[in-house]
Design a protein around this ligand. Structure first.
Ligand code: NAD
Ligand code: TYD
Length: 355
């Protein structure tokens, strides 16, 4: 079996569901269930005997040690993190706590367990750390896409805390020999994405008749990858990645934010037109930019393609259509995640939004 951390969040839950569907191995899923964790996402796995959910913190060394001793996973895949840049600007401490200290404690618990394993299990063991392209900082319009040898130049509290965690993972390999792998992925989108991130926020606000807040001039560029493709990349790296190496994961889909918002509006115009027949694009509203907003991210994922034969299955066009369709078909999931905590965040970040 494998141990997944943060498996009730957006990417972790997609990974767990795909894993249960595509393999015969069991998963122990350790998640603290912060505002971003949602057991509803895992409802289809609740009766599956191959899925063991444990609510807890990656920073709880004794809990992690107990889970490792009890279940003896062959691998740990670490998704658990505070992941939202805007939240990291309002409250960076949680990011340092989970992403830095939590990763450190998780590494220590895993190292203690791994060191005591019999040789065969020790050799086969893997610790895969899921990270982001944001650790590389920002690019100008003409810079080359990030490769694995780019300097780390994180600019937000979120990316700085993820960069710190990547460095700890690297050091635990070089110093203690822990068999680690790291993936640095671009922006994900797809089912079960918490509606405080760009794409789900735009879908949910559009349908609710609210404004679509675009930061600054909307010309910031991100590379977008469908979440299931990120999950397949992680499985591939886990299976065949070279120990101690890092792999960039991306979708070759660089797009300015405003184009993303227009694409979402056009799909909604087609699939669920407004009652008045006007376009959802009418709801777009330019708002104050994010402080320190990185202008462009772009990922060169050739290493993963060349060495491990991975390629994304979805184009942006196919993935975004599936995503909008998923949100239209899963209004109840959306309603349920829009709890008090979600509303508090929206008020804090955007002020009272026009109804
Ligand atoms: P998310 O915020 O949706 O989910 C994070 C999950 O981790 C939640 O279920 C939360 O409850 C859990 N968690 C938080 N703190 C914890 C702790 N101390 N102990 C145990 N569980 C804890 O995030 P996501 O978008 O699914 O991202 C998952 C990972 O992928 C993160 O490490 C993130 O940095 C990385 N990543 C995300 C993206 C993206 O576009 N979303 C892109 C590249 C990399
Ligand atoms: P986000 O989904 O928060 O991901 P990240 O900041 O990690 O890339 O944001 C994606 C882009 O969309 C980013 O450039 C910020 C922008 N954005 C908006 O313009 N409006 C919004 O309301 C949000 C949440 C994001």
């Amino acid at each position: 079996m494998i141990l997944v951390t943060g498996g009730a969040g957006f990417i972790g839950a997609n990974f767990v569901l795909d894993w249960l569907a595509g393999s015969t191995e069991a998963v122990v899923n350790l998640d603290k269930l912060t505002y971003a964790g949602n057991l509803q996402t895992l409802a289809s796995a609740s009766d599956n005997p191959r899925h063991v959910f444990v609510q807890g913190d990656i920073g709880d060394t004794s809990l992690v040690a107990r889970l490792l001793a009890e279940h003896r996973p062959r691998a740990v895949v670490n998704f658990a993190a505070e992941s939202h840049v805007d939240r990291s600007i309002h409250g960076p401490e949680d990011f340092v706590q989970t992403n830095v200290l939590g990763t450190f404690r998780l590494l220590e618990a895993v190292r203690g367990h791994w060191a005591g394993l019999p040789e065969v299990e020790k050799t086969a063991f893997r610790f895969l750390h899921v990270s982001t392209d944001e650790v590389y900082g920002t690019l100008s319009a003409t810079d080359r896409a990030f490769t694995e040898t780019n300097r780390y130049e994180p600019n937000s509290p979120y990316s700085a805390s993820k960069a710190a965690s990547d460095h700890l993972v690297r050091a635990w390999h070089h110093t203690y020999g822990l068999p680690v792998l790291t993936t640095n992925c671009s922006n994900n989108y797809g089912p079960y994405h918490f509606p405080e991130k760009l794409i789900p926020l735009m879908i949910v606000n559009a349908l609710a008749g609210k404004s679509l807040p675009v930061y600054g001039d909307g010309m910031q560029v991100r590379d977008w990858l469908y979440v299931k493709d990120h999950c397949s990349a992680i499985r591939r790296v886990l299976e065949a990645g070279k120990l101690g190496e890092t792999y960039n994961v991306g979708g070759w889909n660089e797009k300015p934010n405003i184009e993303i918002v227009h694409t979402v509006c056009a799909l909604l115009d087609e699939l669920k037109p407004r009652d008045d027949g006007k376009s959802y694009a009418q709801q777009i509203s330019y708002v104050t930019d994010r402080p320190g907003h990185d202008r462009r991210y772009a990922i060169n994922a050739r290493k993963l393609e060349r060495e491990l034969g991975w390629k994304p299955a979805e184009t942006f066009e196919s993935g975004i259509r599936k995503t909008v369709e998923w949100y239209l078909a899963n209004a109840e999931w959306v309603r349920n995640v829009q709890s008090g905590a979600y509303r508090d965040w929206v008020n804090k970040q955007y002020g009272a939004t026009p109804a």
